[in-house]
Design a protein around this ligand. Structure first.
Ligand code: F0G
Length: 482
């Protein structure tokens, strides 16, 4: 369906006009702070090489003074921009004119209390919430950001888009290309590094899929090089517009809580785009006066891909108002190279050793008085099984948030009656291999997939029961186990 997104949007009223005069790209380093037009395609500051933000002149924009504006949009659900869980909050990231907006209906996601998972984490009833981003069109939170990146790409007339991916960004890029036909999608993945669920999406949606002999960190370095050389639009989270869309996850959390700020947001950390976006969202909401306090932020690494944990928790790296000496990060990367250490975790989505948004995440941790933890493969899989038993289901990386929350409650850092939101970043069906291996009765499969990673038990396994094709055996099994 060529150009399908366009007629879909044509009749929308123009509530948010073109904002090139009040929205800018800006270097995040306070000592530099260089600004650039939103019409430029940049993934780092041309002056100093640091990351870029999209910033707004809020004084001139006069953003909403209450959350009611967003609530009223529920009455106009036939308008695609009011229907989208991202663009419903357009006033909070007004970098694009309304007619440029690309939406495929992303962000219809849920915040739910889960006392089952809460009990596992050690929380009192009613306190643990799960923000289930698996309900997005491509099954992960990435669609929030992809919708914003596609909007920017459309503003500047890009024809090809690329990403490196551990699987979900690629699935998201591929689905936006397939539905909108605005760009050709080119995907770089580490060879044998992504789950079949995600690979199958990229292939099915028709993206050009390039498997590189290497891992995500290699693919990321290459895609930056290639997209610069060929002028291809990069949709990884170094693209500041993508993170603008991901802020909406926090807006929906607040919306679901009646605009009350929770005590904690707990999120898995991979390339650190989400945590960065969340910190920016809360800093901006506080700046424009829509909230008067920010939640605390917990970023959870997998132990096999724990750069942030190592640098923040063990080596004391901090943002320090943007004045931090970031050389510990460079030293650490040199050590990784020297020791030939590669990221390695069952949570393949966060199997990343060189997170591109490290600096922004450090800033978010400062804004939100954050903490960083790492969780083992065993902790991830047990937490994942509990999320499944709670009726949600998520992929291993997502369960890191729940495993991390459990650890923080056990340490007493998170109080049992605080209000906690764990972000479930990806759908359960993304990675069936890990799930089946956890619940299996086949010891060989368990050992191959999980035992080899140091997982010794499946405490919450729901094992299938094998019977002969005989009525009496089936009846007996149901009476025994049913
Ligand atoms: N959870 C899931 C399911 C992911 O796919 C990712 C990242 C993360 C968590 C980490 O989020 O990068 O914002 O810290 N996946 C990327 C990808 C890297 O290529 O799909 P982050």
């Amino acid at each position: 369906m060529p150009g399908s997104a366009r007629p879909f949007l044509r009749n929308c009223e123009l509530a948010v006009a073109a904002r090139t005069d009040v929205a800018f790209q800006q270097c995040i380093a306070p000592a530099c702070g260089a600004t650039f037009s939103v019409d430029e395609v940049l993934t780092s500051c041309p002056s100093c090489g640091n990351l870029l933000d999209v910033t707004y002149d809020w004084d001139r924009l006069r953003p909403p003074t209450s959350f009611e504006v967003f609530e009223r949009k529920w009455m106009r659900r036939s308008d695609p921009l009011a229907y989208s869980g991202v663009w419903r909050f357009h006033e909070l990231f007004p970098f694009a004119p309304r007619e440029s907006v690309v939406t495929i209906g992303e962000g219809q996601t849920l915040l739910s209390v889960s006392d089952g998972v809460g009990g596992f984490v050690g929380m009192k009833p009613g306190r643990l919430h799960l923000q289930y981003e698996g309900l997005n069109p491509s099954g992960s939170f990435k669609d929030n950001g992809m919708s914003a990146a596609f909007t920017h790409a459309r503003m500047i007339g890009a024809k090809r888009a690329a990403c490196a991916s551990t699987g979900n960004t690629s699935a998201s890029l591929a689905v936006y290309c397939a539905v909108t036909r605005l760009m050709r999608g080119i995907i770089f993945i580490g060879s044998g590094k992504i789950s079949y669920g995600k690979l199958s999406q990229a292939l099915d949606y028709g993206a050009l899929t390039i498997q590189i002999a290497g891992d995500f960190d290699d693919a990321m370095a290459r895609v930056k090089e290639v997209s610069g050389k060929l002028g291809i639009y990069l949709v990884n989270s170094v693209n500041p517009f993508r993170l603008e869309g991901q802020k909406s996850i926090m807006f929906r959390v607040l919306e679901s809580l009646g605009w009350e700020v929770p005590d904690w947001i707990v999120v898995p950390g991979g390339n650190l785009g989400n945590s960065s976006a969340f910190g920016k969202a809360f800093a901006e909401l506080r700046k424009i006066g829509l909230i008067d306090r920010v939640p605390r932020l917990a970023v959870i690494n997998a132990a096999g891909a724990d750069t942030l944990y190592e640098l923040y928790h063990k080596r004391g790296l901090r943002w320090e108002g943007g004045r931090a000496d970031l050389s510990p990060a460079c030293h650490y990367y040199d050590e990784l190279d020297r020791d030939k250490k590669r990221a390695d975790t069952i949570a393949s989505a966060i199997e990343i050793n060189r997170p591109v948004n490290l600096n922004k995440c450090l800033r978010a941790l400062e804004v939100c008085d954050g903490v960083v933890r790492e969780v083992t493969e065993q902790e991830i899989l047990d937490a994942k099984a509990q999320v499944g038993a709670g009726g949600f289901g998520c992929e291993p990386a997502s369960a890191a948030s729940v495993a991390g929350a459990k650890q923080l409650v056990a340490e007493g850092v998170i109080g049992r009656d605080e209000r906690v939101v764990c972000i479930l970043t990806g759908h359960q069906l993304k990675d069936p291999t890990a799930t089946v291996a956890y619940h299996t009765t086949d010891q060989k499969l368990f050992n191959e997939v999980l035992g080899s990673r140091g997982v010794s038990r499946a405490s919450f396994a729901n094992r299938s029961v094998s019977v002969g094709n005989r009525l009496d055996e089936i009846v007996q099994a149901i009476e025994l186990y049913g």
